[in-house]
Design a protein around this ligand. Structure first.
Ligand code: GLA
Length: 409
């Protein structure tokens, strides 16, 4: 008897580089997925192959400790899923043997790796008859932690989107604790996804750049703890301390009693004031990172409101601001991504931005139904024709539909 595990990729609509800072994101799961066709085997072994040339066949034993293969080896995503389940105490007595296929473009910022991790976990759970013993939220958290085994200190957006996708809906995903709220997207909104043709390999070059951003965000938050007048934490402790003393404390990096969070900052009524004061202490690079994260956090809430109101113009403007901030403050864009955003906007998209971690990968453009074709034509003519000498394939540019989440059966 054979089974199939299916796990979709995702396109993040807005809320980039916010998840690992504990702030919400707003992605869709898409109608492109990683599939594992498998049969259950009696011994605890995973044996998978793929028709895709870059994915060599592999096999490993389901027992602890489960070692990683060489960096960049695709089996690591499957190993990560198995290791996550084993460490969670799931008994994996049976293994799987099968084939991996899929149509999520690889290394394109569309979470193909998380889709592979999630599909592997679903296949292993099914093989051992325990799919129902673990909730989707639990599995999403577990797989987010497990994928870090591969090296990227990712947040939890990709795995949560992959497991919670719903046709026709965006997903507001909140963290600490993980929560997913579906938000219906107006039927006539179209999401054009287009690759910059620059690969952003999570397990390779992009990994260090990404992890460095996560580190800088933590440093920036520590640096600003003394100047934020927020909520219960640092602010209250600093209240009654004259301004110059407060600033001096911050300059010396005096830690707050309660840890300041990005969530506190997003809720701060005088955010401009905090950022201005922070500018006197933080290195300019750290200030830019911090500013991106908090402003992007605010944009997610505004964007969700715009979806609920069916306000495409507003949503589009927020996407454009998000892109500018990722380009100027977070410094994860590329000249290709910037150019594509310009072309899409010129051709009538309501908004466009890079999606995913950046450093290459894709842009997503929001269009009216009738504007999708002109936007795609403009990208084909102005961006792809000079680079590819012809039209882009279906792997390079397509319209994505908000779709259902991972499943096995
Ligand atoms: C990668 C990570 C996600 C998220 C995005 C940036 O896709 O896996 O957790 O941080 O980058 O928003």
């Amino acid at each position: 008897m054979s089974w199939r595990a299916v796990a979709p990729g995702r396109v993040n609509l807005i809320g980039e580089h916010t998840d690992y800072n504990g702030l919400p994101v707003l992605p869709i799961a898409i109608d492109r997925a990683i599939r594992i066709d498998f049969r259950v085997v009696g011994e605890a072994t995973v044996r998978l192959d793929s028709p895709m040339a870059r994915f060599a066949p592999f096999a490993f034993q389901l027992r602890r400790p489960l070692e990683a293969a060489d960096q960049g080896d695709w089996s690591n995503y499957v190993r990560a899923a198995a290791r996550g389940l084993l460490e969670h105490g799931v008994e994996l007595r049976c293994g799987i043997e099968g084939t991996v296929t899929g149509d999520v473009p690889i290394a394109a910022g569309l979470a193909s790796s998380s889709a592979l991790v999630v599909a592997s976990a679903l296949a292993l759970l099914k093989a051992n008859g325990v799919v129902e013993t673990i909730s989707r939220i639990e599995l999403a958290e577990l797989m987010a932690r497990a994928e870090r085994f591969v090296g990227l200190r990712g947040g939890g957006m990709d795995q949560a989107a992959c497991l919670h996708g719903i046709a026709g809906h965006a997903l507001r995903i909140e963290f600490e604790p993980l929560r997913v709220t579906p938000v219906a997207v107006p039927r006539r909104w179209r999401w054009v996804v287009a690759s910059s043709l620059v690969h952003a390999e999570k397990s390779a070059g992009a990994r260090e750049l990404y992890n460095a951003r996560a580190r800088q965000c933590r440093e920036a938050l520590e640096g600003v703890a003394g100047v934020a007048s927020v909520g219960a934490g640092a602010g209250r402790r600093a209240e009654g301390v004259p301004d110059d003393r407060r600033e001096e404390r911050a300059a010396r990096g005096v830690a707050a009693t309660k840890r300041l969070s990005y969530r506190d900052l997003v809720a701060e009524p005088d955010l401009d004031g905090v950022l201005r004061r922070a500018g006197r202490f933080l290195a300019p690079g750290l200030l830019r990172r911090l500013r991106h994260v908090v402003m992007e956090g605010r944009r997610v809430a505004l964007a969700e409101e715009a979806v609920r109101n069916g306000d495409m113009g507003r949503f589009g403007k927020l996407m454009v601001r998000s892109h500018q901030s990722l380009r100027d403050d977070y410094e994860v864009s590329t000249t290709e991504l910037d150019e594509m955003v310009e072309v899409a906007l010129d051709a009538g998209a309501a908004g466009a931005r890079l999606t995913g971690a950046g450093f290459g990968g894709c842009v997503v453009a929001l269009c009216e139904e009738r504007a999708a074709a002109p936007v795609m034509d403009a990208l084909a003519g102005r961006f792809y024709a000079p680079r590819l000498g012809g039209p882009p394939g279906r792997d390079v540019m397509f319209t994505a539909r908000a779709s259902g989440g991972g499943r096995v059966g």
